[in-house]
Design a protein around this ligand. Structure first.
Ligand code: ZN
Ligand code: ZN
Ligand code: ZN
Ligand code: ZN
Length: 247
């Protein structure tokens, strides 16, 4: 993606956003602004989504930048306590594929970590885990990008699970005012939550296998298993339903 001009439009005062000339941060119209340090400084705070290139919007009350298009969130190093980044760096790392830090544009120093989080379907109070009666705790995991060059975090929007993780749901990930990650037990809890999540996933898998075992073994072209019960007829192949008898 072509870099965008960080120059300022004379008519509106907004960022120009025309494609920058090669080797420059400015477009052909705004070359004259090249030496203007106030603009360069402003430019340093303009970030783009590392996943879709959209310009990130600053949310002043929260101190983070969010992507309107994918709902991912950037917590630049200025917005977070370095000790939180340090904690995340200790979590399980997964393979990265040349992802680029949205804050410093560095790719070589980026690592992706599995951050466990939990929420409760009985409601989540703003001051911690206020579990309602009969509510159920859910355990999920988010892949958080950590830039080891500048200390920024990128939290991709999570599409799995009943809630999207992103924006205000960062409170679920790190706690209201960083209360969860700031807690001395957070790293221990990560291990516990991970176990719970894996247990849950295994139970779900067992349930699914059980259901599959009862159903016809036929797979359609998209790889989905036939939901019809296996045939009980003695002359039939009893691994398949009535309709899908092997010829
Ligand atoms: Zn321009
Ligand atoms: Zn995005
Ligand atoms: Zn960075
Ligand atoms: Zn069938």
């Amino acid at each position: 993606m072509a870099k965008k001009c960080i120059g300022v439009r004379e008519d509106t005062g907004a960022q120009c956003n025309r494609s920058a000339s090669s080797g420059s941060d400015f477009c052909y119209r705004h070359q004259s602004q090249e030496g203007d340090t106030t603009i360069l400084h402003r430019g340093a705070d303009v970030y783009h989504c590392p996943q879709d290139g959209a310009e990130l919007l600053y949310v002043p009350k929260k101190g983070y930048h969010r992507c309107k298009s994918c709902k991912g969130v950037l917590l630049s190093a200025k917005a977070i306590d370095p000790k939180y980044a340090e904690k995340i760096s200790q979590l399980n790392e997964i393979e990265s594929h040349q992802e680029v830090c949205p804050s410093c544009a560095e790719e070589a120093n980026l690592s992706i970590h599995e951050v466990e989080w939990t929420w409760d379907d009985g409601g989540y109070g703003p001051f911690g885990n206020k579990y309602g009666i009969g509510s159920k705790a859910h355990y999920e995991m988010a892949n958080v990008w950590l830039c080891n060059n500048c200390g920024s975090l990128w939290v991709p929007a999570q599409r799995s699970g009943p809630r999207r993780l992103g924006g205000r749901n960062l409170d679920l990930l790190f706690g209201w005012r960083w209360g969860l990650i700031g807690h001395s037990m957070w790293l221990d809890n990560q291990v516990k939550w991970r176990e719970k999540r894996l247990e849950g996933e295994a139970a779900k898998e067992r349930k699914l296998a059980k259901r599959r075992a009862k159903s016809c073994n036929h797979m359609d072209t998209s790889g989905a298993q036939c939901a019809a019960p296996k045939s009980q007829k003695s002359t039939h192949d009893q691994d398949y339903c009535y309709k899908h008898q092997p010829k």
